[in-house]
Write a protein that binds this ligand. Structure first.
Ligand code: PLP
Length: 498
């Protein structure tokens, strides 16, 4: 071999050392640490055992069929499905959401063969971005309902009043990612059923933890026990603690689910029959998920959920008691969003993005979410998101202290304003960028803008800047189309060969 495998792995170790820590509870988004090292070992062994398998064909690699069947079976029971609920293991939440939308579109098209209009997808503005992607990929018109700017909650009527014959799918969340709100699933699903419209529950983040939540029986019903629910997405690589690459999409009704498949026998190669987007695919995440589910069992999941619940309650209390901050709305499950408490004097307020930056400097990674103007003119506040995992309980004391200290450090520091970030841009550049008839930026000019606003240095695009608050303020201040283009350039440059 040209390079000694040990040197290759040493180099990988070095690269990994620069990553945000995936274990230990210091990163409160992206990663879902069960806190059980032996579970990680089991997952790794299961992945290795199927390393060479092609998940494309469960009739050739029959282990894939057995594992998928068992994962789907466990999920179906968890989510209150009966024998008419069938499903698929996908590569992640986004793929589950994409496939739910594709299925709904194809079912709607089959029922409306004469229509040339694009069907509508109705959802609250808090619905995960994966549904914006799905609408974009599959040609649906997005019709998003505003939510209460103080709580992030959507009224059932705001969704049901949008129902009509051109609606292919209504999506609600259990809970939503940005504010952890449990959408009014029963009311919305009932309205959908009455109107003959499909209703998807996005339980990507809640699906593997809410069924085990301490007060699960007291939560408003949100799963297949609700009659009008047509499909549910639930990520095994979140609170199923599987490595990335595993989610479940369950659909009520075999006929509905068959519309999810793509099949062709009309080419000169092998017959293609795919329930998911990929062709050849890894069976690794499926095998890991399958192994973890058996190792944990209901009791193991419940213990982990209880731990998350204790930590979430403790953090909500700690943060609620921090002068200048507030927990948004009524979060359900192991996540919450934190905004400035506008009820206190400006001098005593804490900007959630400064707060997150300060916590980051102390080694705690919180996720900043930008404020957003809704269609009705109201503004959703900028917030900082925390996802709580079983391992959080081990670091709860340190984390709580760090959150309090970070707030003390930035209390009264005014939020980065749109004027100040835009003011830092050369006036003529700003004029060019925001001109109504500005042509789309090409790669070179987008890169030049990134350089001029200091987002990339001499060595090109690389890791995140230390302070993200100005960057988030820029996202709030500039038109979405522009920031989307600039961020595309930033991410594309990060993987360009140097
Ligand atoms: C994470 C998440 C998704 C998208 O899942 P990925 O696994 O990141 O692709 C969709 N919806 C909700 C509510 C989520 O939390």
């Amino acid at each position: 071999m040209k390079t000694d495998p040990r040197d290759v792995l040493r180099r990988l170790d070095d690269l990994r050392a620069a990553d945000a820590p995936t274990h230990g509870g210091h990163v409160l988004s992206y990663v879902y640490d069960s806190g059980l090292a032996e579970l990680d070992e089991l997952a790794a062994a299961a992945m290795r055992a199927v390393q060479s398998v092609n998940g494309l064909d469960p009739t050739t690699f029959t282990s894939v069929a057995v594992m998928e069947r068992e994962v789907v079976g466990f999920a179906r029971e968890l989510l209150g499905g009966d024998e008419n609920v069938v499903g698929t293991v996908t590569s992640g939440g986004t793929e589950s959401c994409l496939l739910a939308v594709k299925t709904a579109r194809d079912v709607w098209r089959a029922a409306n063969p004469e229509t040339s209009v694009a069907p509508r997808l109705v959802a609250p503005v808090t619905v995960h971005a994966a549904f914006r992607k799905a609408a974009h990929y599959f040609g649906l018109r997005l019709d998003l309902a505003d939510v209460d700017p103080a709580t992030g909650a959507v009224a059932a009527s705001a969704l049901s009043e949008r129902l009509g014959p051109d609606v292919a799918l209504v999506v609600v969340s259990a809970p939503s990612y940005p504010f952890a709100g449990l959408d009014p699933v029963a009311e919305v699903a009932a309205a959908c059923a009455a109107a003959g419209v499909a209703c998807h529950v996005d339980a990507c983040i809640g699906g593997w933890v809410l069924p085990f939540w301490p007060d699960a029986a007291h939560l408003a019903p949100w799963d297949f026990r609700v009659p009008g629910v047509s499909s549910i997405s639930a990520d095994v690589h979140k609170f199923g603690y599987a490595p990335k690459g595993a989610s479940v999409l369950l659909q009520r009704g075999r006929d509905r689910q068959r519309a999810q498949y793509f099949a062709t026998t009309g080419w000169p190669g092998y017959p293609v029959v795919n329930p998911t987007m990929l062709g050849s695919k890894s069976a690794g995440p499926l095998a890991a998920a399958w192994a973890i589910i058996q190792a944990l069992g209901h009791e193991g999941f419940e213990q982990r959920a209880f731990s998350c619940a204790r930590s979430t309650a403790a953090l909500a209390e700690t943060i609620g008691a921090i002068e200048g901050l507030r927990v948004v709305g009524a979060p359900v499950g192991p996540l919450l969003a934190v905004a400035t408490d506008e009820a206190v004097d400006a001098a005593r307020r804490v900007d959630p993005h400064h707060w997150a930056d300060q916590a980051r400097a102390a080694g705690w990674y919180l996720q900043q979410q930008p404020g957003l103007a809704q269609a009705d003119g109201t503004r959703l506040p900028r917030t900082t998101h925390l996802t709580i995992t079983p391992v959080t309980e081990r670091v709860l004391g340190d984390l709580s202290a760090a959150l309090v200290r970070a707030a003390d450090d930035v209390r009264g520091v005014p939020p980065v304003s749109a004027e100040s970030v835009l003011g830092a841009l050369p006036a003529e550049l700003l004029g060019e960028l925001t001109r109504a008839d500005a042509p789309p930026l090409d790669a070179q000019s987008a890169f030049a803008v990134l350089t001029r606003i200091g987002l990339v240095g001499e060595e090109g695009a690389g890791a995140q800047p230390e302070r993200m608050a100005p960057f988030l303020a820029l996202i709030e201040a500039l038109p979405h189309a522009l920031t989307e283009r600039l961020l595309t350039e930033l991410l594309a440059r990060a993987v360009e060969p140097r």
